[in-house]
Design a protein around this ligand. Structure first.
Ligand code: ATP
Ligand code: MG
Length: 432
């Protein structure tokens, strides 16, 4: 074997680098800020759980459990899986830590990597990131509406108000079996024409056939009975109340009768947020109500509702919006000679402590070469510190973009740049 092996990231897994990571930070920080105003607190759960939690929670017949999980045996012979989504882990955490003993509803959010062995394509990865929220302890549609309102606020604050919100109700254990029967009767004749996935779904998860994207499946299910025409009294009231609440809150939505989430645990409300600018993988967020899952996983009978956002897809949309500006440091300090070097470093520390991005040049190099470096870094301002400036207690500044320059007292250098930051986007750690 040769020593020159090339290592590459695993298929469907990727590095996230600057400047894309800036968009990720923006999404994470904005999400945390919005969620906390609704009383959601962060939890961090392990990325691996026992396989049984997912097979039980997400459901044996789902695409995720049937073919997408990263499952392996650990050295102790236990079957463990990398989490394919966050809800099952959140439910396990809720039960294990007895969070149901706290006042309801309990509201939590989380973010981190999820793993699904899917066919990688644009917007679809094997390791991808989600930000998710889960609210436990209320069956009221008011909570569903609040979650959708929170999601909308987040999207508006990120500058994505034009996204489409689709909602549906997929009923409960009382009415869904009846609908399943009606649907199977309708689909029976065209069964052989479906894609291989839907042929499997016909047996294991027939509702999923409703949102298959394969063209011939779309055609074959034309005119299929609608679940909303088969809801029981309680589910119907829940769904109409939710729609009234959304209208009152002025949240735009459409009812999509064919939207069925790919996880078994959903009851009643299901929703999805899609974008016209993402091609085939157009869902940026999805969620719904899961009133039976906590009990199903061994906890008390507690209803819940949640959603998850796909980080790569949101970042992809933000990238389309953002200008091509690369963004360099706010200030580049070009110090001339040893004494200026010390003064320059002190100033750099002071400005950084005020949240300003500062880079420093090589004080042994010529001013010309330091200016060249400042320019390569796309610096906004250069601060020049030479003997002349230091004797006068001043600094020379140059703005590279428009060539303007001047001198100002060193004592006021903090406020000088803080003021100029207002119109600049170079402040570090500030949520816009
Ligand atoms: P899709 O229909 O796109 O497969 P899903 O129904 O499997 O989505 P959920 O499990 O509800 O999605 O996850 C919520 C969000 O996470 C999705 O709306 C999407 O933005 C994102 N997501 C899901 N799977 C992937 C993946 N493999 N790669 C990147 N993002 C994903
Ligand atoms: Mg999927």
């Amino acid at each position: 074997m040769s020593g020159a092996e090339k290592y590459r990231a695993l298929k469907g897994m990727r590095d996230v680098l600057p400047p894309e990571i800036d968009l990720w930070h923006r999404v994470e920080q904005t999400a945390a800020a919005v969620f906390e105003t609704y009383g959601f607190r962060e939890i961090r759960t392990p990325i691996a759980e026992s396989t049984a939690l997912f097979t039980r929670g997400i459901g044996e017949g789902t695409d995720i459990v049937e073919k997408e999980m990263y499952t392996f045996e650990d050295k102790g012979g236990r079957s463990i899986s990398l989490r394919p989504e966050g809800t099952a882990s959140a439910v396990r955490c809720y039960i294990e830590n007895q969070l149901h003993t706290l006042p309801s509803p309990q509201k939590y959010y989380y973010s981190g990597p999820m793993f699904r062995y899917e066919r990688p394509q644009s917007g679809r990865f094997r390791q991808f990131y989600q930000i998710g929220v889960e609210a436990f302890g209320s069956a009221s549609p008011v909570l569903d509406a609040e979650l959708l309102s929170m999601l909308r606020q987040l999207l508006v604050r990120l500058g994505l108000p034009e996204l489409n919100v689709q909602i549906n109700s997929i009923g409960c254990e009382a009415c869904r079996p009846t609908y399943k029967k009606v649907l199977l009767e309708f689909l029976e004749g065209s069964r052989d024409g479906f894609c291989p996935d839907c042929q499997r779904r016909y047996m294991s998860n027939p509702l999923r056939i409703l949102d298959c994207k394969v063209e011939r499946c779309v055609g074959l299910r034309q005119g299929a009975p609608r679940i909303t025409d088969h809801l029981c009294e309680d589910c119907r009231t829940h769904f109409t109340t939710l729609q009234t609440l959304l209208s009152k809150l002025e949240i735009p939505f459409v009812v999509n009768h064919e939207m069925v989430r790919g996880l078994d645990y959903y009851t009643r409300t299901a929703f999805e947020v899609t974008s016209g600018n993402l091609g085939a993988q157009n869902a940026v967020a999805a969620g719904g109500r899961y009133d039976r899952l906590v009990k199903e996983c061994g906890g008390p009978d507690v209803p819940a509702v949640g959603f998850a956002l796909g980080m790569e897809r949101i970042a992809g949309l933000l990238k389309q919006l953002s200008s091509a500006e690369t963004g360099g440091p706010m200030v580049f300090i070009a110090a001339m000679g040893e004494y200026a070097l010390y003064e320059g470093l002190r100033i750099a520390e002071k400005l950084r402590s005020e949240g300003i991005w500062v880079e420093t040049g090589d004080s042994a190099a010529s001013l010309k070469s330091q200016m060249r470096k400042a320019d390569r870094l796309a610096s906004e301002y250069v601060v020049i510190l030479g003997e002349d400036e230091l004797t006068a207690g001043e600094f020379t500044w140059k703005r590279l973009k428009d060539g303007s320059d001047g001198r100002a007292p060193l004592a006021g250098i903090g406020p000088f740049f803080a003021e100029r930051m207002v119109s600049s986007r170079k402040r570090v750690n500030v949520v816009e």
